[in-house]
Design a protein around this ligand. Structure first.
Ligand SMILES: Cc1cc2nc3c(=O)[nH]c(=O)nc-3n(C[C@H](O)[C@H](O)[C@H](O)COP(=O)(O)O)c2cc1C
Length: 185
């Protein structure tokens, strides 16, 4: 796919089904993710690729964390959190683990992982797969970091739900560039 068309036509998918990318396709996706700009090459980004039964493990982690955050979960919340990982055949957990550095603050490194996330979305789109980046209660949360056994400096910055788009695509908005762009000449 033409590189610019890939960017301008990317459309987050609310409903996803099988198939998801193969192991080999995901190697290409992660290579692309790791080409995100990264000041001083500190390599803050890490990923967990979850498919199949791995989603049961994530489901248990979600529900245990939700119970820790709220002792009085409703039945509706329990169902929602338990089923969340099954909204797509694959979930890519985006993790940022900033390193101590005299010139590169943590925020730059978290932005770098954000760029890695966008590279993932664009690579998946170029391969014909659908995806959506979600956060919710289980991102930027120390309890989830512990349950995922991340280093204490690392945090989840998002979950990219991945698969094949099903249902109707939303219309991509047309922007009035004057609202966003100044031109100095
Ligand atoms: C950091 C981040 C967190 C997001 N969290 C959620 C979320 O929890 N739930 C959700 O429905 N969309 C979330 N979104 C938005 C969707 O991923 C998506 O961008 C939005 O639905 C607009 O669709 P588009 O990307 O096709 O323009 C998040 C986006 C970003 C960048």
């Amino acid at each position: 796919m033409d590189a610019l068309k890939n960017i301008t036509t990317r459309n987050s998918a609310r409903e996803l089904c099988d198939p998801c990318p193969s192991v080999d396709e995901m190697k290409t996706v992660f290579e692309a993710a790791l080409r995100a700009p990264d000041h001083a090459w500190l390599r803050p980004s890490q990923f967990i690729q979850i498919t199949g039964d791995g989603r049961n493990k994530l489901s248990k982690i979600f529900i245990e964390t939700a119970r820790e955050l709220n002792k009085e979960l409703t039945d509706i919340q329990i169902t929602k959190y338990t089923e969340a990982p099954f909204r797509a055949p694959m979930i890519i957990v985006l993790i940022s683990n900033p390193k101590e550095h005299p010139k590169v603050p943590a925020v730059e490194q978290i932005i770098s992982t954000g760029c890695a996330g966008q590279n993932i979305l664009l690579s998946l789109n170029a391969m014909g797969y659908g995806a959506i980046w979600r956060t919710g209660n289980f991102a930027f949360n120390e309890l989830i970091s512990k349950r995922l056994e991340l280093e204490s400096s690392a945090q989840v910055i998002g979950y990219i739900y991945t698969g094949t788009t099903t249902g109707k695509n939303k219309t991509i908005p047309i922007h009035d560039l004057e609202d966003y762009v100044q031109i100095w000449e």
